[in-house]
Design a protein around this ligand. Structure first.
Ligand code: PEP
Ligand code: MN
Length: 299
């Protein structure tokens, strides 16, 4: 792709031949690789909705939110046991205890789990609890971590670095593909660009979705929670992301029960389970309309 006035684009076929659409003609012009996490499938038509708390904070809160995700029709549970925090003095997550809580929530609800791994030395530990390993924005270019996670072999959610170009992002995916793991789902989570931080946490880059789909066959989902940082922006951002063709959403929620504890991390961007339910409903009807549209076009 070349854009007048823009810097020359990298040659993806050389930087990331294993994940580039051009060097894998089996995927054709539009086909997406479907990535399976237990019974959930990314890139298979119906958008995947992942919901849950920013961090796992207690058994009670996590179970309540997991059951809420299930009740509104969500597909997977998110929640950080190891949290990348700006200050080392802030809550860092419950670690192994958090992973055990996630396992219990998954057993009770049947929802597969995605959770972040930050340390190459902990890939085995986190990977034995997670159904999908998340590489966070801050670690997108942590190459030893990418290599370990690639070797581990479980499906991966690869978040975009907050200042990463498309080329750097796909280069990160290539590190895991090189280890034999192509079960990678990309996640746009907002980038730092002027005026991020003024009225929203980051800038949600929806343009990257069609650009990615041109360059790679890997599915892509959107995180409207971290991209906006503002609860009231999450629902419209989710709708826009689905309209832009993403294969799913990952969304932070908090309890709407009176008296529930305020989340320790990212409270301002957490939406209620009721709002999550509306997003699930929108995603389902949007997918139905697209299928019907395709059927009409071919009739
Ligand atoms: C998260 O999803 O928990 C998270 C920390 O997101 P990001 O890495 O995109 O900031
Ligand atoms: Mn968060």
């Amino acid at each position: 792709m070349s854009i007048a006035g823009a810097a020359a684009c990298a040659d993806f076929t050389k930087i990331c031949p294993l994940v580039s659409r051009r060097t894998n003609p089996g995927y054709g012009g539009e086909q997406t690789r479907s990535v399976r996490v237990k019974r959930v499938e990314f890139g298979a038509g119906r958008p995947v909705i992942i919901g849950g708390p920013c961090s796992v904070e207690s058994v009670e809160a996590t179970l309540e939110l997991a059951h809420a995700v299930k009740a509104v029709g969500g597909d997977m549970l998110r929640g950080g046991a190891y949290k990348p925090r700006t200050s080392p003095h802030d809550f860092q997550g419950l670690g192994l205890e958090g992973l055990q809580i996630l396992r219990e929530a998954s057993l009770q609800t049947g929802l597969p789990i995605v959770t972040e791994v930050m340390d190459p030395r902990l890939v085995e530990q986190v990977g034995s609890y997670a159904d999908m390993l998340q590489i966070g924005s801050r670690n997108m270019q942590n190459y030893p971590l990418l290599t370990e996670v690639g070797r581990f072999g479980k499906p991966v959610l690869l978040k975009r670095g907050m200042a990463a170009s498309l080329c750097e992002w796909l280069g990160a995916a290539e590190y895991m593909a090189k280890e034999g793991n192509l079960d990678i789902v990309l996640c746009e989570r907002g980038i730092k660009a002027y005026p991020s931080g003024e009225y929203s946490r980051f800038i949600l880059d929806l343009n990257v979705i069609p650009a990615l789909q041109r360059e790679t066959f890997l599915p892509v989902i959107v995180d409207p929670s971290h991209a906006t940082g503002v609860a009231s922006m999450v629902e419209p951002a989710s709708r826009s992301a689905l309209e832009s063709g993403c294969h799913g959403l990952i969304i932070e929620i908090a309890s709407e029960r009176p008296g529930a504890a305020c989340p320790k991390c990212d409270a301002a961007q957490a939406i209620s389970p009721t709002t999550l339910g509306r997003i699930v409903e929108f995603a389902s009807s949007h997918a139905r309309e697209r299928m019907e549209g395709k059927a009409c076009a071919t009739a």
